[in-house]
Ligand binder design. Structure first.
Ligand code: ATP
Length: 397
């Protein structure tokens, strides 16, 4: 039987609520990212029910594939918390220690034997993160011994689909051959490109790969090593500029994305959700005539919303979204139709989008609109030429 690699980690999530769909797992993705960033390799993530035998089986399987097993959840004192019983029922001799819980009540458990180490941490995401960051990561790295240096970068691309991005980045793929790899994560309106390099000169190689990728992708790169919302807020702060939003299609999601960034209060003036047509007139000053003539789902309406909210809220930039989230068509336009506008002094830019091939659900359409709005805001703030769906900008008063 081959021994698991020293950098391999198995993750086990305990809880019936994760299996029935009543709770969406956030611990697995967080651990995956965090442990990978530390240079470790998560080789499996399993979900086990609140059942002693189920948890024992999962841990046994984890120990076949990894030297370290991290178990989250089921740690409390109530009868449905079975992790402690499962740890006591593991076959073999184990040395047991406690893991301090710096933010909650239940301490974690650390079990050690020749087969590997098992860490049991709370299921509550905040407590889990604190215990893993404070105690578990260091312990796994110490017992893994010398880890090969690892470096990662990420680029967020808006306005080009995955196949196009893959084709453009072929030279970077070639450059990385044997030293690292590129991964493409397609999202509703963007593609995240992840560069991962291992080896002694990992950092230099990753930096060079990122610089080359950026040169090939040009202004399609909307963010680097952070989210688009963070990037846009930072750009606005640097320019001492402010923004206000008028949202129909996205119902406040653009504003929510902007204010999710620490320090957003320096740039965010206001967010208006103007859903009903008459409130597009009353709240953000769209001319009733425009709505009568062109309807709510129109580039002129989006432009008027952006211009109106900019002026009424005294902001440097006004952002607006209108469109059809679905599932039903509206004003004769199919779901996925959207107009995104960004007004600045003297100019308003509008991106118009038809639904693309695949049928999209409401959440996806709205998420697409948020990304496109943030991207058009970025292009406008940085004065970068036409983005996805854009025709020539219209002059305004
Ligand atoms: P407690 O001492 O409160 O019982 P615990 O460590 O036993 O905590 P659980 O009872 O399994 O953990 O879960 C506590 C809370 O954390 C629950 O609200 C649960 O939904 C949530 N939780 C557990 N596992 C996850 C997970 N993988 N992702 C997101 N939330 C989770």
């Amino acid at each position: 039987v081959s021994q698991p690699e020293p950098d391999a980690v198995a993750v086990i999530l305990v809880g019936d609520e994760l299996l029935t769909g009543h709770t969406s797992d956030t611990n697995g993705p967080w651990l995956g990212r965090r442990l990978t960033d530390e240079g470790l390799r998560v080789v499996t993530i399993m979900t086990a029910p609140d059942d002693v035998h189920g948890v024992v089986r999962a841990i046994e399987h984890g120990l076949e594939t990894a030297r370290a097993v991290v178990v989250t959840g089921g740690l409390g004192p109530t009868p449905d918390d079975v992790t402690r019983a499962a740890l006591a029922g593991l076959p073999g001799e184990w040395t047991r220690g406690d893991l301090a819980n710096d933010v909650g009540l239940e301490p974690g458990v650390r079990l050690e034997s020749g087969r590997g180490t098992v860490f049991a941490v709370p299921g509550v995401p905040g407590e889990m993160r604190a215990m893993v960051a404070g105690h578990v990561v260091a312990a796994i790295i110490a017992s893994a011994g010398q880890l090969s240096p690892r470096s990662t970068r990420s680029l967020t691309v808006v306005g080009l689909g995955e196949p196009g991005v893959v084709e453009l980045l072929a030279p970077v793929e070639e450059y990385l051959a044997g030293r690292g790899r590129l991964a493409y994560l397609p999202c509703p309106a963007e593609v995240e490109v992840r560069i991962a390099v291992t080896g002694a000169d990992a950092d230099d190689v990753a930096t060079t790969a990122a610089v080359r990728a950026r040169r090939l992708l040009g202004d399609l790169v909307a963010a680097e090593d952070k989210g688009i919302e963070e990037t846009v807020v930072e750009m606005l702060r640097t320019q001492n500029a402010t923004v206000a939003t008028a949202e129909s299609l996205t119902g406040g999601l653009v504003a929510a994305a902007l204010v999710s960034v620490p320090g957003a209060s320096e740039v965010m003036r206001s967010g208006v959700v103007a859903y009903a047509s008459e409130l597009k007139v009353a709240l953000v000053g769209v001319a009733a005539e425009v709505l009568r003539r062109d309807g709510a789902i129109a580039r002129t309406t989006a432009a008027a919303m952006a211009e109106g909210v900019r002026v009424r809220c005294g902001a440097g930039f006004g952002v607006a979204t209108t469109g059809v989230a679905g599932p039903d068509p509206q004003e004769g336009h199919p779901p996925g139709t959207m107009h995104i506008a960004v007004a600045s002094e003297g100019q308003t830019r509008v991106g118009s989008f038809e639904p693309s091939g695949k049928l999209r659900d409401r959440q996806t359409v709205r998420r697409q609109a948020v990304v496109r709005a943030l991207d058009l805001l970025r292009r406008t703030v940085m004065d970068i030429g036409p983005g996805p769906g854009e025709s020539a900008p219209a002059r305004t008063r």
